[in-house]
Design a protein around this ligand. Structure first.
Ligand code: 0L1
Ligand code: MG
Length: 262
């Protein structure tokens, strides 16, 4: 780590304040160019603690920047990982208040729910499938706290990978009932298809993103507990939304789930 305890806490409070007050900021590496990966995840951990101190509970984990489309869209080359808390959760069809967000975008996701713990290193697609209870359709609402979504990987990790809201729904599908590589994904905005893809867009297989998460946590002496819900990453590029929009996601074998924005 390169940053001291005071700076890490100041940066966590700064990014958390931006999220709570829906205001943007420049990327934190502008002022801290020597920040390393450990610093970035430490700031993210401290933001999680701020949520927990306010009474939130952990709802799951997320993988981000796992598809070529997203990596190209954001100009980066590696996946990132973050957390979800219950205050980010939206019920299917429920309205998301855009006044609490800066510049929201939506992404179609395949969601895993585990029945067994996963522990890296050495975790692979087969181990993830064996540990998965079921998969579902999910929409993630991302809302980078960085102005115009302009960031580098360390800044975005510190900012909890832009996590803001999520909805999970449709049909809980046993993992052996669907080919997660070929399953089709259609995201509609206001009744029009705006993004199309298949599961293989996520690192060749969405379970590979979950394996990468387990291996990432394994390097930090952690595991993914049984029962954890994991968003495996946007299948397509993210789509900007505003008040008045409604979005609907259909995932082959997993049904549909939607959200409204007010
Ligand atoms: O979930 C994601 O793929 C988002 C990762 C962070 C980058 C972004 O804000 O697009
Ligand atoms: Mg995502």
């Amino acid at each position: 780590m390169t940053l001291n305890d005071t700076t890490l806490q100041q940066l966590a409070l700064h990014l958390d304040g931006c999220q709570q007050q829906a205001r943007d900021t420049v990327k934190i590496t502008d002022q801290h160019p020597d920040m390393d990966w450990e610093d970035a995840y430490e700031i993210q951990d401290r933001i999680l603690k701020l949520h927990l101190d306010r009474g939130a509970r952990v709802a799951g984990l997320k993988c981000g920047l796992t598809s070529r489309a997203k990596m190209t869209q954001m100009g980066v080359t590696e996946p990132v990982f973050g957390f979800l808390v219950d205050t980010f959760a939206v019920a299917p069809g429920e309205a998301v208040d855009t006044r609490a967000l800066i510049h929201p975008k939506v992404e179609p996701e395949i969601v895993f729910v585990l029945k067994h713990e996963l522990r890296g290193p050495g975790c692979h697609v087969g181990a993830v499938l064996a540990a998965t209870d079921f998969v579902m359709a999910g929409i993630e609402v991302i809302d980078s706290r960085y102005r115009d979504f302009k960031f580098d990987l360390k800044s975005v990790i510190a900012d909890n990978t832009s996590a803001a809201r999520f909805v999970v729904g449709g049909r809980a599908c046993p993992v052996d009932e669907v080919d997660l590589r070929t399953c089709g994904v259609v995201l509609e905005k206001n009744g029009q298809p705006v993004a199309l893809g298949a599961g293989a867009a996520v690192l060749g297989h969405p379970a590979a993103a979950v394996a990468a998460l387990a291996n990432h946590l394994g390097r930090r002496g952690r595991s993914i507990p049984a029962g954890t819900m994991i968003l495996s990453g946007g299948v397509t590029e993210a789509v900007a939304v505003a008040a008045g929009d409604h979005v609907q996601l259909r995932v082959q074998g997993m049904g549909a789930v939607g959200l409204r924005f007010v």
